[in-house]
Write a protein that binds this ligand. Structure first.
Ligand code: ADP
Length: 437
């Protein structure tokens, strides 16, 4: 109904009611004058009007009690106006309710059809609802699990640990369940509205298989390239450049390039091996011996072009894989030598820090612009490709460092300023330290 029309009808209803009251009072006045009891007739008329109002109220209450499906019991006037107003509000509310139910059903069927498992959790982490995919992936029945703590559904200790930890920030990747040992799953907890949360379980078996194919491919290609490269290298070594001065520069360049290729292959093989390793070894790693070896290697690489200082300030050793740790530390030193111009200085330190200990390599080299720092550990990522190639880099060094540190639960921190220098620190937790013998 247009707003102006409904307003005029409402005004009309009031006029009708007021008219009725005035008519009643007029009749009471005339009757009072006739019988000589104006006041009494007036009071009787007002009492009758009041009673009629009460009766109308009772009618309205009865009609409301009938859930307003019947027609309103008033013909016209204010009561009829109030009743039709309530009725129209009621109708629009019912329509809105129906729309909401339809929407809810549509969402539910969309969630039911999703191939990813969804479990809706209450603030107390109890199961409120789950879709069939979640039932299939985790092997439970919603009818039995509803209202139970979600922890009861997670049979694997690694899943329970993750859920009890801080899963909101980090998804859990590559877990298996007793329900289907062939399936590899990932889990993510998505909090929403007032402490509610959704546990999303995804089948990543295919993704993991593809990842394995990629890893195998890189490992196989690297392996296949290794032997021919060794042969080429061997023959190049046998050619006496003094006897063939015309091709001497060519041979030297071939030598340099084949060496670089061999280094890329070796680094790729190291990465493949680290990729396939699930946990670092547990052998004692003497940091005194390690620092002495690194010092010798740094001096050999630098060929006297830098001032090299090695400080062993910590009385603790490490436990882990000696070979991998050496590979990570020497990569950082090789980078410092590579990216620090002649005359610069390099400081290597092993020291206690924040309840653990850090191995750091600081240089006064070119430095790295801040926007490159987060991507440095990606494979083949270089700040300057030409500079890296010219200096003999493969673009894989920091990737190896990151993998080795991950296996030892350590973190790589990079601080750098262009034109001032860089500091790469490998920080190990207390659990990785052991007292020096
Ligand atoms: P590369 O074999 O090219 O050195 P890395 O993975 O070891 O590959 O390093 C990635 C890139 O990070 C390098 O190409 C270089 O641009 C930059 N970088 C690494 N270490 C340093 C350093 N100490 N000083 C300046 N830049 C560095």
């Amino acid at each position: 109904m247009p707003r102006s029309l409904s307003t005029s009808l409402r005004a009309h209803a009031w006029q009708v009611s007021l008219g009725r009251l005035l008519l009643l009072l007029l009749i009471a006045l005339v009757f009072g004058l006739v019988v000589g009891q104006v006041l009494i007739c007036f009071l009787v008329a007002l009492a009758a009007y009041g009673l009629w109002m009460l009766w109308s109220l009772a009618q309205l209450q009865r009609w409301l009690g009938s859930r307003t499906r019947e027609a309103p019991p008033f013909e016209q006037g204010v009561w009829s106006e109030i009743a039709s107003f309530i009725q129209s509000r009621h109708q629009s509310m019912r329509q809105r309710q129906r729309r909401l139910v339809r929407l809810l059903r549509a969402y539910r069927s969309a969630a039911t059809a999703l191939p990813d498992g969804i479990i809706v959790l209450s603030p107390l982490q109890q199961v409120v609802w789950a879709n069939p995919a979640a039932e299939g992936l985790l092997g439970f029945r919603l009818s039995k699990a509803r209202g139970q703590p979600v922890l009861n559904l997670l049979t694997e200790p690694v899943m329970r640990e993750w859920l009890l930890g801080q899963p909101q920030q980090e998804p859990l990747i590559d877990v298996q369940t007793a329900a289907d040992r062939d399936k590899r799953l990932s889990m993510r907890l998505v909090p929403y509205q007032d402490d509610h949360a959704m546990l999303i379980v995804r089948d990543i078996s295919l993704l993991m298989k593809l990842e394995q194919v990629r890893r195998d491919f890189v490992a196989n290609v690297s392996h296949e390239l290794r032997t021919p490269l060794t042969v080429i290298h061997g023959y190049l070594d046998m050619i006496e450049t003094d006897e063939h001065p015309s091709i001497a520069t060519m041979i030297e360049e071939m030598h340099r390039q084949s060496k670089r290729m061999a280094q890329v292959v070796e680094d790729l093989l190291t990465l493949s091996r680290l990729d396939a390793t699930e946990a670092a070894g547990d052998e004692p790693v003497s940091m005194t011996a390690m620092m002495a070896t690194l010092k010798r290697e740094a001096e050999a690489l630098s060929k006297g072009q830098h001032q090299i200082q090695v400080d062993n300030l910590c009385q603790a050793d490490l436990h882990g894989s000696m070979k991998d740790l050496h590979s990570a530390f020497s990569n950082l030193i090789a980078n410092a030598v590579r990216y620090t111009p002649t005359g610069g200085s390099i400081t290597v330190r092993w020291q206690l820090k924040d309840q653990g200990a850090c191995f750091s390599v600081q240089d006064t080299g070119f430095g790295i612009p801040a926007e490159h720092i987060p991507r440095l550990t990606e494979r083949f990522y270089r700040v300057s490709t030409s500079r890296s190639r010219e200096k003999g880099g493969t673009g894989l060094g920091l990737s190896i460092v990151k993998h080795v540190l991950n296996l030892h639960q350590a973190k790589l921190n990079i601080e750098s300023q262009v034109g001032v220098g860089s500091m790469f620190s490998c920080c190990f937790p207390a659990e990785r330290l052991r007292p020096r013998d």
